[in-house]
Structure formats: C-alpha cells, structure tokens
Design a protein around this ligand. Sequence first.
Ligand SMILES: [Zn+2]
Ligand SMILES: [Zn+2]
Length: 201
Amino acid sequence: MQPRRHPTLNADPHKPPVGWLIASGILQVDRTVRGYYLRQQAVNGRCHTRDCRRTCWVDVRRLQADGLGALRMDQVKSLFKCQRLDGCGMVFHDELKAESLKLESLCGRRAVTIQLRCRGCKNELKVAPEHLIARLKAEAKGGGDTEVRDLANLMTGACKTCGKTAWAVDVAWPDPETWGGRRMIDLAEPTASGPIDPLDL
Ligand SMILES: [Zn+2]
Ligand SMILES: [Zn+2]
C-alpha cells in the first residue's frame, strides 16, 4: 500500500477525517472494510497454533473492489481463521499509524471538542482542543502532536464532582449532515483562545 499522511483530513472542516464516521455526535473509526480501505490501513494475521503458523494479510482494496465494503472487519477476520478441529490461534494486528488522530488536527473546527466523561459519576466536560493543547504544554505532558487515544492516560486529575480519576475521552463532532449537528455548528462559539480551567490534568 502507498504510504499516506494520516489521518486524511477533509477540506470541509465539519466533515470527519477520511475513514472516520460520526455516530451520535461522537467521532469514531469506521471499522468496516470501506473504512480500512479509505484509511489505507493494513491488517495482518498470524496463527499461533502449533503446526500451523499461517500468516495472512487482509487485502482491503480487493474486498472493497469486490463490493464487500460494508462488511465489518471483525467479520472479515473471523472468515480468515483456520478451519482446524483443534481451533485457530490467529491473532490480528491492525496497523495503528493509520488511526492516528492528533489534537492539532481537531483545532479550528466549530463545535468539535474533546469530551471527558467521568466513569465514576458520568459527569461530562467538553474542552476545546486548543485549550487542552495549551494545558498539556503547560504541564509538559504533550502538545498538538499528542494522540487523542493517549489522552485518557494523561488525565491524572480527579473529577471535581466525585473525586475519582477515571476519564473516558471522546471527540465530540456534530454531524453536519443532520439538522441537530448543523445547528450545533451554527450556534457554536467561534474557536476561542485564552485560558480556561476545566479541570486539573
Ligand atoms: Zn492456523
Ligand atoms: Zn466523577
């Protein structure tokens, strides 16, 4: 596969990156064959069963061309398993680089925020990516090139409501194709700058 810069950002700032989708206002990796194809994400497998050790590579380009783009990758993976009586030890590896989502790529998009949800009390905070970047820099924990998937581990501050430290981190991304999402985008404050204090990281 050709190397490509990840993620492939859309020219329209309200559209999700190529190979991602919006589900109920949350940005998610598209786990269909089509999503893997669009992200040019490699999937490799290796069977750890003794006397097998088979390796495989999922050709998403071919599957997409054959009209199988809507299949979920976990369905495809189960089809790639060995048909042995003693079972299959196939372990798959998704190339992680293709799912890269850096904080800086979320900046300057109206109504796109980092959503922090406390697993203890379900308290929710929404933070502009610009603010989070400034905060990470101030604490020397990261910056614009910090991966969104690494954020949960960087949140060491306790919830101000219940005192627990267990944050679920998502990217809130209103869907411009829906009436509600469009309205959120239209009503959002222009991307703000300057310090706020949503929580202690
Ligand atoms: Zn096998
Ligand atoms: Zn809490």
